[in-house]
Design a protein around this ligand. Sequence first.
Ligand SMILES: [Zn+2]
Length: 108
Amino acid sequence: MDEQKMNCADCGQEFSFTPNPNFTRKYCPACGQKRKDSWKQKQNQTLPTANTQQASQPQASIKEYHLTDEAIRSNALSSAVKFNRNENISIDGILVLAKTFEKFIRNL
Ligand SMILES: [Zn+2]
């Protein structure tokens, strides 16, 4: 493997590295590790918040498994409408999406 040299996008220091076709290197090993660590820290910080948000929802999602067909259709339709709120879509398109959502919700 041929080593290459480049300047770190963070600290600007030149470093050599072995190119990896699956990974574009921008940072020296030290800065790369720092970024990895702070990314991990971020993940750990956001996880508790996500868990708290999910913790308040299980009751609602359990209920959805016992909805009537009409309620499922209505939910599927409103989901489809919300999903496409930024797009111009025909009624036929919404119905196709509603059917897809219904399949998804009923796990068919
Ligand atoms: Zn660096």
